[in-house]
Design a protein around this ligand. Structure first.
Ligand SMILES: *[C@@H]1O[C@H](CO)[C@@H](O)[C@H](O)[C@H]1NC(C)=O
Ligand SMILES: *[C@@H]1O[C@H](CO)[C@@H](O)[C@H](O)[C@H]1NC(C)=O
Ligand SMILES: *[C@@H]1O[C@H](CO)[C@@H](O)[C@H](O)[C@H]1NC(C)=O
Ligand SMILES: *[C@@H]1O[C@H](CO)[C@@H](O)[C@H](O)[C@H]1NC(C)=O
Ligand SMILES: *[C@@H]1O[C@H](CO)[C@@H](O)[C@H](O)[C@H]1NC(C)=O
Ligand SMILES: *[C@@H]1O[C@H](CO)[C@@H](O)[C@H](O)[C@H]1NC(C)=O
Ligand SMILES: *[C@@H]1O[C@H](CO)[C@@H](O)[C@H](O)[C@H]1NC(C)=O
Length: 249
C-alpha cells in the first residue's frame, strides 16, 4: 500500500512507463487544425536520473558504463499543462545517430544509453525531440541533444548535492529535507519533482529522478501546480543515494 503523498505536492508524469500515443499528426495538411492531435507545447520538463537507482529498479538489463560518475539525463520533454503530451510529433523525422556524432563523447558521459536492449537517444528523439521543433534552440536532433547536455551542466544535481555534503553512500541515509533543500536552493527555490524508487523488501527509498520545469527561454518555472503520484519521494522517509555498481552483471 502506498502511503500518503508528500507535502511537496508536485505533479507529473510517471516516467519509466512509456505510455505511447498514437502517431496521429498529419503533416501533409496545410491547415494545422486538420492534424488529429494537438502537438503544441507550453513548457519543458527536464529530467535527470541517478543511474544506480535506475539499475536497482530496472534490473540486469541496465549496465552503467564505467566512465559515468554522476547524474545523467533522461530527457527534455516539451509539455502541455496538465497533460502528458505532446508525444511522437513527427514520425517521418527518424533518429539518425550520425547527426550527433560530434556530441558522442559528452553524450556517453552525461546522457548514456544504459539499457542493453533499447536506444535511449532514439527513444527520446522520436517521442519528445520531434515535438520541440517550434523552438529554435531544440529544433532538430543536434540542437535537441546539445541543449540537453548544456542543461545538465547548468543544473548539475551531482554538484548541488555534493556541495551540501550529500554523497553517494552504501549505508548512509539522508533526511528528505536535506536532499530537497540542497536542490531547492540551487533552483531559485522553485518547486520541482523528486522521484524515488521504493524497495519494498528493504523498506527504503532510493532517489531516482529530479525533474525541473523550464520555460521556453530555459528559465526555471514552478513545477507544483498539478498533482501526480508518479513515484514521488516520501517526505516521511529518509533517502538512499546509492553508489554505482559497475560490474554488477
Ligand atoms: C492529411 O490531410 C490531407 C489534407 O486534408 C488529407 O488529404 C490526407 O488524407 C490526410 N492524411 C491522413 C493520414 O490523415
Ligand atoms: C481549417 O481550420 C479552420 C479553423 O479551425 C476550420 O474552420 C476549417 O474548417 C479548416 N479547414 C478545413 C478544410 O477543414
Ligand atoms: C517533420 O520532419 C521532417 C523531416 O523528416 C522535417 O523536414 C519537418 O520540418 C518536420 N515537420 C515539423 C512540423 O516539425
Ligand atoms: C544521416 O545523416 C547523415 C549526415 O547528414 C546522412 O549522410 C545520412 O544520409 C543520414 N541517414 C539517413 C538514414 O537519413
Ligand atoms: C565512455 O565509455 C563508453 C563505453 O565504454 C565509451 O563508448 C565512450 O566512448 C566513453 N566516453 C568517453 C568520453 O571516453
Ligand atoms: C557536475 O559536477 C560534477 C561534480 O562537481 C562534475 O564532476 C561534473 O563534470 C559536472 N557535470 C558537468 C556536465 O559539468
Ligand atoms: C530560498 O528561501 C530561503 C528560505 O525562505 C531563503 O533564505 C533564500 O534566500 C531563498 N533563496 C533564493 C535563491 O531565493
Amino acid at each position: 500500500m502506498r502511503k500518503s503523498l508528500p507535502s511537496l505536492v508536485v505533479f507529473f508524469v510517471a516516467l519509466f512507463v512509456y505510455t505511447e500515443q498514437k502517431q496521429g499528426a498529419n503533416f501533409t495538411s496545410k491547415n494545422a487544425t486538420l492534424g488529429s492531435k494537438d502537438d503544441h507545447f507550453d513548457f519543458m520538463v527536464y529530467t535527470q536520473q541517478w543511474p544506480e537507482t535506475f539499475r536497482l529498479q530496472t534490473g540486469p538489463e541496465v549496465q552503467i558504463p564505467k566512465n559515468v560518475t554522476g547524474w545523467t539525463i533522461h530527457g527534455l520533454w516539451p509539455s502541455q499543462i496538465k497533460k502528458e503530451a505532446p508525444n511522437f510529433c513527427n514520425s517521418s523525422w527518424t533518429f539518425n545517430e550520425s547527426l550527433i556524432h560530434d556530441l558522442g563523447p559528452q553524450l556517453s558521459l552525461y546522457w548514456p544509453n544504459m539499457l542493453k536492449t533499447n536506444n535511449l537517444w532514439a527513444h527520446e528523439w522520436t517521442k519528445h525531440g520531434t515535438c520541440g521543433a517550434p523552438l529554435a534552440a531544440i529544433h532538430g536532433e543536434h540542437n535537441y541533444f546539445a541543449t540537453g547536455l548544456r542543461l545538465n551542466a547548468k543544473y548539475n544535481i551531482t554538484e548541488m548535492l555534493a556541495t551540501n555534503n550529500i554523497m553517494p553512500s552504501a549505508n548512509k541515509a539522508y533526511a528528505y529535507k536535506d536532499v530537497e533543500g540542497a536542490i531547492r536552493k540551487n533552483v531559485n527555490n522553485m518547486s520541482f519533482v523528486m522521484q524515488c524508487y521504493w524497495d519494498k523488501k528493504a523498506k527504503k527509498q532510493y532517489i531516482s529522478q529530479v525533474m525541473l520545469c523550464l520555460d521556453k527561454q530555459f528559465g526555471l518555472l514552478e513545477c507544483d501546480k498539478y498533482l501526480s503520484e508518479g513515484d514521488l519521494c516520501w517526505n516521511t522517509e529518509t533517502i538512499q543515494y546509492p553508489p554505482f555498481q559497475y560490474d554488477f552483471n
